[in-house]
Design a protein around this ligand. Structure first.
Ligand code: FES
Ligand code: FES
Length: 155
């Protein structure tokens, strides 16, 4: 059974079981591998996407529950016409955030959701928003610096 949703601004119909986790549908059905599989249990944040305006763990939300909703992934951040990076992606580059990179798509999606709801986040709001995104490489200080840059503050 197909689920219709809006993925990165385009209407799509995903032909998969409605109880399939979104992460599986993105990676295995749609071939969009920018969203990472980490724990598969809602614990690491590697699979973070934005549903409507909220950061969500794609491994823990069923495809069928997303009918009619707007889903954004890391592939949808750069401008499709100019290929200009989203300001959060640019901040990540400028602050040289990534080490192995595995967690970074999820980190960026959480940061985008944070800045869309809190354009000038407090330290506590950054901590709260980014708490569930784990990084084995320990890039947390640079993640915070990039968020500060993207918010227009000091990096
Ligand atoms: S893979 Fe989804 S939270 Fe870890
Ligand atoms: S950059 Fe390696 S896990 Fe975060």
């Amino acid at each position: 059974m197909a689920t219709k949703l809006i993925l990165n601004g385009r209407r799509v119909s995903v032909d998969a079981a409605p109880d399939m986790p979104l992460l599986w549908a993105l990676r295995d059905v749609l071939g969009m591998t920018g969203t990472r599989f980490g724990c598969g249990a809602g614990q690491c944040g590697a699979c973070t996407v934005i549903v409507d305006r909220a950061a969500m763990r794609a491994c823990s939300v069923a495809l069928g529950d997303l009918a009619g909703k707007q889903v954004r992934t890391i592939e949808g951040l750069a401008d499709p016409k100019t290929r200009r990076l989203h300001r959060v992606q640019q901040a990540w580059v400028d602050c040289n955030v990534a080490q192995c990179g595995y967690c970074q798509a999820g980190q960026i999606m959480s940061a985008v959701a944070l800045l869309e709801t809190h354009p000038q986040p407090t330290d506590a709001q950054v901590t709260d928003a980014m708490n569930g995104n784990l990084c084995r490489c320990g890039t947390y200080p640079r993640v915070r610096a990039a968020i500060a840059q993207a918010a227009g503050g000091k990096a």
